[in-house]
Design a protein around this ligand. Structure first.
Ligand SMILES: [Zn+2]
Length: 80
């Protein structure tokens, strides 16, 4: 393993570390639901990206389950 030839001064260390700070993430408004969402990321609230649904969020999952249950109930009513 290589070993540094010279000691890095505290000034040099600090100057290097001045560029390591994290920046705040950028947020834009989701065009579908209006919630704040990161640009180039799918909206966490409604799961949409480029005006179509790409993620299954908790809300959409619940809605899907409800619709499934209702369909099953309708089927059961028809058969009986
Ligand atoms: Zn959204």
């Amino acid at each position: 393993m290589s070993v540094p030839k010279r000691r890095k001064t505290s000034s040099k260390t600090k100057k290097g570390r001045s560029h390591q700070a994290l920046k705040n993430p950028n947020y834009t408004k989701c065009p579908k639901c209006g919630a704040s969402a990161r640009p180039h990321y799918a909206c966490i609230e409604c799961g949409s990206y480029n005006s179509r649904e790409v993620l299954k969020t908790r809300a959409t999952k619940k809605a899907g389950q409800k619709a499934k249950k209702e369909a099953q109930a309708k089927k059961a009513q028809k058969t009986s």
